[in-house]
Design a protein around this ligand. Structure first.
Ligand code: PGA
Length: 239
C-alpha cells in the first residue's frame, strides 16, 4: 500500500493559497489528501479535479439542524470532500471535545460516506508519567466507531504537534504496534486493515525515516503541508 500523505491546513489559507493546492494537484504525487479550512473546500475540490482527495478538519455529529456555525459530514460530502479528520488534539483542547463526541463525529463521517481520520495521542506529562499506552487505550475505547469501515487512525503525540519535536522511531513503532493490537482486539480481522498514520512535526527532513517505521502507513502533516514545495518533498520521501 503506498504511503498516504495528509495535509491539515488548520486555520490557514485564503483564496490566493488555492494556487498551492493547484500546484500539489499538478504534481501527480500519488496518495495526497488535503484538509483546507471549510471556506476553501469547494474551490480545492474544483481546482484539484480529482488529482487530490480534499477533506474537512472536523464535522458535526448531526446531519443537519440548529447548530449555528457548524458543518455536517453530509455537507462535506456534498461539496465533494472524501474524508474528515475527527478528534484532533486542538479541537479536544479548544472546543472541549471528549472521546464520546469524537466517536459520534467518526460515525457521522462514515454514514456520510467519508473516510474518517481519527486522531489520538498523549501529552508530554502523560508520556513522562509512563501513561502513554493507558491514554491511547482510553482514547480508542471511548472514540472508536462501531465498525472499522473507512477508518484511519492518526497517532499524534500532543507534545510533537507544531513544536519541532518528534518521538524516537522506536517510540513511534511502539505506539503504532500498541494501537494495532487494540484495533485487532476491538474489530478482529478488520482491525488489521485500518491504516495508521503518524503526525506531529513531520517535515521533508524526517518523513523518510518516519514512513519506514513498521505499521506507519502515512503521515498527517500540519505546518509543512501549507506549501506545495514542502508537502511534495514529504510525498517524494515516501518509500
Ligand atoms: P504539525 O501538525 O505537522 O504542524 O506538527 C500536525 C497536526 O496537527 O496534524
Amino acid at each position: 500500500m503506498p504511503a498516504l500523505i495528509v495535509g491539515n491546513w488548520k486555520m490557514n489559507g485564503l483564496g490566493e493559497d488555492i494556487a498551492e493546492i493547484a500546484a500539489m494537484a499538478g504534481a501527480g504525487a500519488g496518495s495526497l489528501w488535503i484538509a483546507p479550512p471549510f471556506t476553501l473546500i469547494d474551490r480545492a475540490v474544483i481546482v484539484s479535479a480529482g488529482a487530490l482527495t480534499i477533506g474537512g478538519q472536523d464535522c458535526h455529529a448531526a446531519t443537519h439542524g440548529a447548530h449555528t456555525g457548524c458543518v455536517s459530514a453530509a455537507m462535506l460530502a456534498d461539496l465533494g470532500a472524501g474524508f474528515v479528520i475527527v478528534g484532533h488534539s486542538e479541537r479536544r483542547r479548544d472546543n472541549g471535545e471528549r472521546d464520546e463526541d469524537v466517536r459520534a463525529k467518526a460515525m457521522a463521517g462514515q454514514a456520510a460516506g467519508l473516510q474518517v481520520i481519527l486522531c489520538i495521542g498523549e501529552t508530554r506529562a502523560q508520556r513522562d508519567a509512563g501513561d502513554t499506552e493507558a491514554v491511547l487505550a482510553a482514547q480508542l475505547d471511548g472514540s472508536l466507531p462501531d465498525n472499522a469501515d473507512a477508518l484511519i487512525i492518526a497517532y499524534e503525540p500532543v507534545w510533537a504537534i507544531g513544536t519541532g519535536l518528534t518521538p524516537t522511531l522506536a517510540d513511534v513503532a511502539a505506539a503504532h504496534a500498541f494501537i494495532r493490537q487494540r484495533l485487532a482486539a476491538r474489530y478482529g480481522g478488520a482491525g488489521h486493515g485500518v491504516r495508521l498514520l503518524y503526525g506531529g512535526s513531520v517535515t521533508p527532513a524526517n518523513a523518510a525515516d518516519l514512513l519506514r517505521v513498521e505499521e506507519v502507513g502515512g503521515v498527517l502533516v500540519g505546518g509543512a503541508s501549507l506549501t506545495a514545495q514542502s508537502l511534495l518533498a514529504i510525498a517524494a520521501a515516501a518509500p
